[in-house]
Design a protein around this ligand. Structure first.
Ligand code: RTP
Ligand code: MG
Length: 156
């Protein structure tokens, strides 16, 4: 058991607003791939929170459309645990552009549930350091307003 657990890794996955309607199928794929789900939170990001999450891309031309999209509806953030979870989850996602994913990895989540280069269904951390940062980003803060279930906003 010790040797097994030593290989465990954690990544931060996000189901983006375009794919929330497919959350059930995505969670099914997560389970089928052998991940354990750690902490999980569904909420809507404010534009400022989305800008904070994607701050590393602030100078890129797609930053505006990306953060507008990411704050346009609810998302699900979840910690996924498995041996090699970071690479394993990104392999399941497929290429960033969903159109490319449909060509190169038709069974990937972005091929199945995404639309284009911005609306691409899911996010995955790219390294252990960003996985830890992104987990803290979502889970070491409080929910601002809890109104109806559809109106839960992640607070600054
Ligand atoms: P992610 O961070 O969401 O898991 O995706 P990624 O590593 O595959 O892609 P990244 O380069 O980190 O970009 C972050 C998100 O920005 C949007 N994007 N739009 N040229 C574009 O229009 C463009 N490029 C990237 C996507 O939503 C991408 O997931
Ligand atoms: Mg990325």
């Amino acid at each position: 058991a010790d040797r097994l657990s030593a290989t465990q890794e954690q990544t931060l996955a996000m189901v983006k607003p375009d794919a929330l309607k497919n959350f059930g199928a995505i969670l099914g794929a997560v389970e089928a791939a052998g991940f354990t789900v750690g902490r999980l939170r569904m909420c809507q990001l404010t534009p400022a929170i989305a800008q904070g999450f994607y701050a590393v891309h602030a100078d890129r031309p797609f930053f505006g459309p990306l953060t507008k999209f990411m704050s346009s509806g609810r998302i699900v953030a979840m910690e996924l645990v498995a041996p090699g979870a970071i690479r394993k989850w990104r392999d399941l996602l497929g290429p960033t552009n969903s159109a490319t994913a449909r060509q190169e990895a038709p069974s990937s989540l972005r091929a199945r549930f995404g639309s284009d280069n911005t609306r691409n269904a899911c996010h995955g951390s790219d390294a252990p350091e960003t996985a830890a940062q992104e987990s803290a980003f979502f889970f070491n803060r409080s929910i601002g307003r809890c109104c109806s279930g559809s109106n839960t906003t992640l607070a600054l």
